[in-house]
Write a protein that binds this ligand. Structure first.
Ligand SMILES: C[S@@+](CC[C@H](N)C(=O)[O-])C[C@H]1O[C@@H](n2cnc3c(N)ncnc32)[C@H](O)[C@@H]1O
Length: 230
């Protein structure tokens, strides 16, 4: 089955991505606040090198890096316009000096030994035909043993009543947050087409990729977040 890529969604204007994401994603700010708290709790004091997979737009580097000058970031993303948006936003802040965002797939990143990694709203664009497992494995291979990954993804099984109900509430939530109804509708439709898998399947894939001690840290409608340890 062909799955929808991030760049195939009809987003009104990429420069508005940060604002739109905040309107659409339930608990968007809470996701970053929780991931920041988790990394502060888990990482030793002092410098840490953090891998950001799906770093396009720059949001997590901005959010995680703002109050943590001891952290540096390497971001990867496969979509050049989102990489450019991240670079532009980061260059306007002191974070520009301690972050790098590359247009590349994770398996081509020539850098390892990361103290932590994030993968926020990205793995659900990778098809579950072997590519999703290879993607998670490539993240694992670049992390230090025991290092934490914070992964946040859409979850659900297309066609199930529960998934459909969450999709309808998702659309309503976006409209309540000021999104035009037709934009909310097309975004909710997209959710049916991306490579979202069930929670159980995502957990099994993370385990197969070598991650251990999966710990749920977030749930907002059909978006779920875990900590997983390399
Ligand atoms: C919904 S956006 C999330 C961006 C960012 N993590 C955030 O939360 O603001 C998904 C991003 O994943 C990127 N992406 C999709 N498939 C990817 C892949 N296989 N490897 C790396 N990035 C990918 C897209 O280009 C896009 O920038």
């Amino acid at each position: 089955m062909t799955v929808l890529k991030f760049e195939d969604q009809r987003l009104p204007d990429l420069d508005d991505y940060a604002k739109l994401a905040e309107q659409f994603i339930p608990g968007r700010r809470a996701i970053f606040a929780i991931v920041e708290a988790a990394l502060l709790e888990l990482l030793a004091e002092g410098p840490a090198k953090i891998l950001v997979v799906g770093a396009g737009g720059g949001e997590e580097i901005l959010r995680l890096g703002q109050n943590n000058p001891q952290w540096s970031f390497v971001g990867v993303d496969t979509y050049q316009p989102m990489v450019e948006l991240a670079r532009r936003r980061l260059a306007e802040t002191p974070l520009g000096a301690r972050s790098r965002v590359e247009t590349t797939a994770i398996d081509a990143l020539d850098d390892t030994g990361f103290d932590a990694a994030t993968c926020i709203l990205t793995a659900h664009f990778v098809p579950d035909d072997g590519a999703k497992l290879a993607f998670l494995t490539a993240i694992h291979e670049r992390m230090k043993p025991g290092a934490p990954l914070a992964i946040v993804d859409g979850v659900g099984v297309g066609g199930e009543d529960k998934t459909e109900l969450l999709r309808r509430i998702w659309k309503r939530h976006a409209v309540c947050n000021g999104v035009a109804p037709e934009v909310a509708e097309s975004n909710a439709e997209n959710f049916k087409k991306v490579a979202v898998v069930s929670e159980e399947r995502e957990e099994a894939l993370l385990a197969s990729a070598g991650f251990e001690r999966l710990t749920p840290i977030f749930r907002g409608l059909a978006i779920k977040g875990w900590l997983a340890f390399a």
